[in-house]
Design a protein around this ligand. Structure first.
Ligand SMILES: C[S@@+](CC[C@H](N)C(=O)[O-])C[C@H]1O[C@@H](n2cnc3c(N)ncnc32)[C@H](O)[C@@H]1O
Length: 475
């Protein structure tokens, strides 16, 4: 493990600019309590302390559907692609202009792709979806050189015998044969990306663009559904990892690979499909998820006020039981209920609080049920405060408070979601104060100011380094 630590820290000290953050943790097998190798603290950290600043080995756009569905971005500056025209350099990627085509980081990959002779379409100048989907594979070649090659050997790879989509897309869309060694490296890096990559967000023209990033230290961080870290990305797509809970010397430093606000069944499913493992953390083992009963649905027995929860939350086939009337429900029936709630939630009018609440009530669905939390979040993210009527604005305030309460009950500490919801609540309160400005007296204004400064403190301590945050409309 010493060799891994030396290589990782050597890499960071060459490419990173935050050397002071490379003490205080170690990549280790022995003390990783979660799985395989992990990152372990060698000193105590307080909430909010930066633990490390990780520098990506590869960043690439997300693949599109083979029919072109998705949001293509320029692979150099990551701004949204609006034209059909491909790279003037001839790689058939949707590079947005001469400046990006000539960018030093693009020149070599463009030359490499060009010599593979991309199959041109009849008009010769459009970019191609197949070649776009091969970007990750081609970028994989950039870590075969010198110091970086080591990571190809040591990073975990997704275990699969299936063909690698990105490499197959490349082979289908070029006229030349791929060099055997290049192909091997591309397949390996794509498998490494699948096992280890993080979502990296960049903001372009007020749009959040989701990219994939491979980070050497974060690649060794194991998952926990109550992680003790959170992370932001700066403008160089470096990952700033901070303690979201107190971390003690010797404790494993963990992250979340899924959505911490989802109930266990959905998190487990997501982890199994995307990372092929079953999490057994203390939250996953607790059917009530620290008293939040996030996975539960209200009991189907008439007049029973209980909730149905799985008897063994780690077993997909577990029987569920009502806590009050003890009615047993099979996993197949529960899947049907879940589907039913999902369909209902899809057809709900988010922006009409009364009908939203009425549907929850008439179908006996509680507010933290699966999919309802997603909808509440959608309302919070999508609604523009100035265009909400008063009823909607107050509803948004209530939803924000409920989410803050849920985050606290789930023991997620100073997590990113806490920062984002605090920021939204702050904006709602500012809007509310503005609308009622003629009514306030000194006392009520003081209450507002206190609320505002508390929320500002929370969100800024969590999100300060985030380069992509939209906090423009805060005075
Ligand atoms: C990003 S890697 C983490 C580092 C990895 N433990 C290693 O030795 O390289 C992700 C992989 O670690 C394992 N892993 C991470 N968290 C886990 C957990 N909570 N339970 C079981 N396996 C986990 C899974 O195999 C997963 O695909």
């Amino acid at each position: 493990m010493d060799a891994i630590n030396d290589r990782v820290k050597n890499y960071l000290s060459h490419v990173g600019d935050e050397l002071k953050y490379y003490d205080g943790w170690t990549i280790s097998t022995g003390s990783a309590t979660v799985a395989g190798r992990g990152v372990v603290a060698t000193r105590d950290y307080n909430v909010g302390d930066v633990i490390f600043v990780d520098v990506p080995l590869i960043v690439s756009p997300r693949a599109l559907g083979t029919d072109g569905t998705g949001s293509p971005v320029c692979p150099v500056c990551y701004s949204v692609v609006t034209m059909q025209i491909g790279c003037p350099g001839g790689c058939q990627w949707p590079v947005c202009g001469r400046q990006c085509a000539d960018h030093p980081e693009h020149r070599d990959e463009c030359r490499y792709v060009r010599q593979l002779c991309p199959k041109t379409k009849s008009d010769g100048h459009v970019w191609s979806v197949g070649m776009y989907n091969a970007i990750t594979a081609v970028r994989g070649l950039s870590i075969r050189d010198g110091n970086y090659k080591y990571f190809l050997d040591v990073l975990q790879k997704k275990l699969t015998d299936k063909l690698t989509f990105e490499v197959e897309e490349l082979k289908r869309n070029i006229s030349m044969e791929l060099d055997e060694e290049d192909e091997k490296i591309m397949v390996t890096t794509c498998k490494i990306m699948d096992a280890n990559c993080f979502e990296t967000i960049v903001n372009r023209s007020n749009k959040s663009i989701s990219l994939k990033g491979l980070y050497p230290v974060a690649s060794f961080m194991n998952h926990c559904c109550v992680p003790n870290t959170m992370h932001n990305f700066n403008e160089k797509q470096q990952m700033i990892v901070k303690a979201s809970l107190p971390i003690y010397k010797g404790q494993e430093i963990t992250t979340s690979y899924t959505f911490s606000i989802w109930p266990t069944s959905l998190r487990q499913n997501h982890l199994l499909m995307s990372k092929q493992f079953i999490c057994t953390c203390r939250r996953c083992c607790d059917a009530e998820e620290f008293g939040t009963e996030l996975a539960s649905l209200n009991c189907i027995v008439k007049n029973c006020e209980g909730r149905i929860l799985p008897i063994n939350p780690l077993d997909k086939m577990s029987i569920w039981q009502c806590k009050v009337c003890k009615k047993l429900v099979s996993s197949a029936e529960m899947k049907c209920f879940y589907k039913h709630v999902e369909t209902l939630m899809k057809n709900i009018n988010l922006f009409c609080p009364k009908s939203f609440e009425a549907i929850l009530k008439s179908f006996n669905i509680h507010k933290d049920s699966p999919f309802v939390v997603d909808l509440r979040l959608k309302f919070i993210w999508k609604s523009k405060n100035h265009s909400l009527n008063l009823e909607q604005l107050l509803y948004k305030e209530k939803l924000c408070m409920e989410m803050l309460d849920l985050i606290q009950k789930l023991r997620l500490g100073q997590c990113r979601l806490l920062g984002l919801i605090s920021l939204e609540l702050l904006k709602v309160i500012i809007e509310k104060a503005y609308r009622f400005r003629w009514k306030w007296n000194t006392k009520t204004l003081n209450v507002f100011e206190e609320q505002i400064s508390k929320l500002k403190e929370i969100y800024s301590s969590i999100l300060d380094e985030d380069a992509n945050l939209d906090n423009n409309n805060i005075q």
